[in-house]
Design a protein around this ligand. Structure first.
Ligand SMILES: Nc1ncnc2c1ncn2[C@@H]1O[C@H](COP(=O)(O)OP(=O)(O)OP(=O)(O)O)[C@@H](O)[C@H]1O
Ligand SMILES: [Mg+2]
Length: 235
């Protein structure tokens, strides 16, 4: 799986240029887990949200396995790329957790028994099988995050974009998520302020500063560069 950003410029409402000319190739054959780091407002969420076509492209292009992210390709792109939003309330909308996790696989038009199997597996893998009948609105923050993760895992996407996946998880949840993601055969792009999580899971890393790439390379190497980290709000 390859996700290619070509001179990408993205604007938010009000004309805020959140991504200001980024070119980069994510290639799962080179590295299947990439951390996207940067200070608050650096453009991480905007960048991730643009890949499944949730932020209009001001100029430049995004290609998912060679396919341009544009209106006519969105359903194919979204079947390949799953996203975990920074705020789980943006993600969960069904009445029960089980229904929410089933939504994605049903949308892929999978047969009912396959949908049921995937829901069961995804709930078990996030250790929330006991929450299947619960109302999503009445979960704790970390339970919501686990439900959102289960929903994306159930779709078995080729790429998963995770925006602050550990922000609501307890320490064991973080460790187990890292293990689960490491074992998952998918390209993972992970925006996070959790440098330990990034270092543990992601061999490659992209550091954003004011909508541009400040540095890219080996996570272990970049995280040693104190001056770079200070300049980018990471230390
Ligand atoms: N919905 C929105 N409407 C207008 N401006 C927005 C919106 N979302 C983000 N922005 C602006 O776009 C810029 C990039 O924001 P973004 O959310 O991508 O940053 P981030 O790196 O994800 O930050 P954080 O670490 O706080 O999550 C910021 O200047 C932000 O104020
Ligand atoms: Mg963000």
């Amino acid at each position: 799986m390859r996700i290619e950003l070509c001179e990408l410029v993205l604007e938010r409402p009000g004309g805020i240029r959140a991504v200001d000319g980024i070119s980069y190739l994510f290639d799962s054959e080179r590295c299947d887990a990439v951390a996207i780091l940067g200070a608050n407002g650096a453009g991480k969420s905007t960048l991730l949200e643009s890949i499944p076509g949730l932020v209009p492209i001001r100029s430049g292009a995004i290609r998912v396995d060679g396919m341009n992210v544009e209106k006519r390709n969105l359903s194919v792109v979204r079947s390949k790329v799953g996203m975990i939003f920074q705020n789980s309330d943006d993600q969960l909308f069904s009445n029960t957790v089980g229904e929410d996790v089933a939504f994605g696989p049903r949308n892929l038009k999978l047969p009912a028994d396959e949908v049921a199997k995937r829901v069961q597996e995804a709930l078990a893998s996030m250790e929330i099988a006991h929450l299947a009948e619960r109302d999503v609105a009445h979960l704790s923050g970390g339970e919501k995050r686990r439900a959102a993760l289960a929903g994306v895992l159930a779709m078995k996407p080729e790429a998963i974009l995770l925006d602050e996946p550990t922000s609501m998880l307890d320490p064991r949840g973080c460790r187990e998520l890292a293990e689960r993601l490491a074992a998952l055969p998918a390209l993972k792009l992970i925006a996070t302020h959790d440098l330990e999580f990034a270092g543990r899971l992601c061999p490659e890393c992209l550091i954003l500063l004011e909508g541009r790439i400040a540095a890219a390379g080996e996570t272990g190497e970049l995280l040693k560069q104190r001056e770079l980290l200070l300049r980018c709000g990471l230390a």
